[in-house]
Design a protein around this ligand. Structure first.
Ligand code: DSN
Length: 420
């Protein structure tokens, strides 16, 4: 065996330097810039190791002890461990750890409990909702009947009275709470009481805030919500993927919806990485991490506002901030995100509520603190970064300024290296 392997190149740098070099360059990019896209994070080396493990070779259609192929002893062990840890972490009755990402996780809930054409409610995409919450270009808007709630124009916050009024009028079968671009605490209990009143099921999509929820720094939709979905790669700091949690009553329907309803073989290497991330989130230190994410976001928000930058809702309760650029001009989000990237600050353009422009040319920039907090940065660093962001926003075409800030960002990144 040893002899057969002699002389065979096995490392990526030798077998495929083209790919290896691209990966190396991406590592360099992440190491030397400030990742402030609020849905991204830096996973631990342990999560990456599990994700790249030998489990990548295994086909495991089905569920632990009920598979279709042989050789499942360790796939069963790893998937059971991931399920048990998720149950412990969230206090969930049933967990399916197989969804490949957030969209299929939400899709599975639809498949489990709705019929084609059924009415459901979700937050308007341009007010911070997600594509799977009823966008016309998504399966949820094409095959079902969405009713959208919105934020109040003045407060820019969700108005539960409006949600209740819509729910009473439209009698949805399912109400989705949750967001991708809303900076304030989500009142899951309020949503639950509305769902209960109109006889709807409640799906809380906590993808953005799962890490905050398990750490107790954001209210939890458990145990009342019938369904809770979350991606595992945002504040939870795990691999790219998702899980679905539900009341035991819906366990069978959810499992059937994921497989064979939507997916084939689960990605057991990713499930192993989810187990590692859940193990990390069960450590007491994760509570400190999540609390620091929010403290950092608040410090950043205060700095930006003191520098004259308008934030949607004038602040944040979470990991996420939404800069409203409308006072400076309509549709400036994309060029502003590009200017910030020239300074080494990586964000994403985003619509703001009641944006007069289009999602392709939005008037906002979305940013957040999970990744910077993973690097060990605290309020002091947030204040520096907030000042740099404000300087670029006030003078977005000044290339000299961008280069100066790029240098400062580089120095900061060196002080807080990624654990690779
Ligand atoms: N792409 C995710 C986000 O950035 O929030 C949502 O799917």
């Amino acid at each position: 065996m040893q002899k057969q392997r002699e002389g065979i190149k096995t490392r990526l740098t030798e077998t495929d330097p083209e790919v290896a070099n691209i990966i190396k360059a991406e590592e360099e990019r992440q190491q030397t810039t400030l990742t402030m896209i609020p849905s991204e994070n830096h996973v631990s080396p342990a999560v990456r190791e599990a994700s790249a493990s030998i489990l990548i070779n295994k086909y495991s259609e089905g569920y632990p002890t009920k598979r279709y192929y042989q050789g499942q002893a360790h796939a069963d062990e790893i998937e059971t461990l991931a399920i048990d840890r998720a149950k412990q972490l969230f206090g969930a009755e049933h967990v399916n750890v197989q969804p490949n990402s957030g969209s299929p996780a939400n899709q599975a809930v639809f498949l489990a409990v709705l019929e084609k054409g059924d009415t459901f409610m979700g937050l308007n995409l341009t007010h911070g909702g997600h594509l799977t919450h009823g966008s016309p270009v998504n399966f949820s808007g094409r095959y079902f009947t969405p009713v959208h709630y919105a934020v109040d124009e003045k407060t820019e916050r969700i108005d539960l009275d409006q949600v209740r009024e819509l729910a009473r009028r439209h009698k949805p079968k399912l109400i989705i709470s949750g967001f991708t671009a809303y900076p304030r605490t989500f009142d899951f209990a309020g949503f639950q009481s509305i769902a209960d009143e109109v006889g709807a099921l409640h799906l809380a999509d906590i993808s953005h805030i799962a890490g905050l929820v398990v750490a107790g720094v954001h209210a939890s939709p458990f145990p009342a919500a019938q369904f809770v979905t979350t991606t595992t790669h945002k504040t939870l700091r795990g691999p790219r993927g998702a899980i679905i949690m539900s009341h035991e009553k819906y366990a069978k329907a959810i499992n059937k919806a994921v497989f064979p309803g939507l997916q084939g073989g689960p990605h057991e290497h990713t499930i192993a990485a989810k187990a590692v991330a859940f193990g990390e989130a069960l450590q007491p230190s994760f509570k400190e991490y999540a609390a620091q994410i929010v403290a950092n976001a608040k410090a950043l928000a205060e700095t930006l506002m003191a520098e004259g930058i308008k934030l949607v809702t004038d602040g944040t309760d979470t990991h996420l901030l939404l800069i409203d650029l409308r006072p400076l001009g309509i549709g400036l989000g994309r060029p502003m995100a590009a200017s910030l990237e020239q300074g080494g600050i990586v964000t994403n353009c985003n619509t703001v509520p009641f944006d007069p422009s289009s999602p392709f040319k939005p008037s906002g920039v979305r940013l957040g603190t999970p990744t910077l907090t993973t690097r060990g940065m605290k309020e002091t660093e947030m204040r520096s970064i907030g000042t740099w962001i404000a300087e670029i926003i006030h003078d977005p075409n000044n290339e000299g300024l961008q280069q100066k800030i790029r240098g400062q960002v580089l120095e900061l990144c060196k002080q807080f290296p990624l654990d690779i």
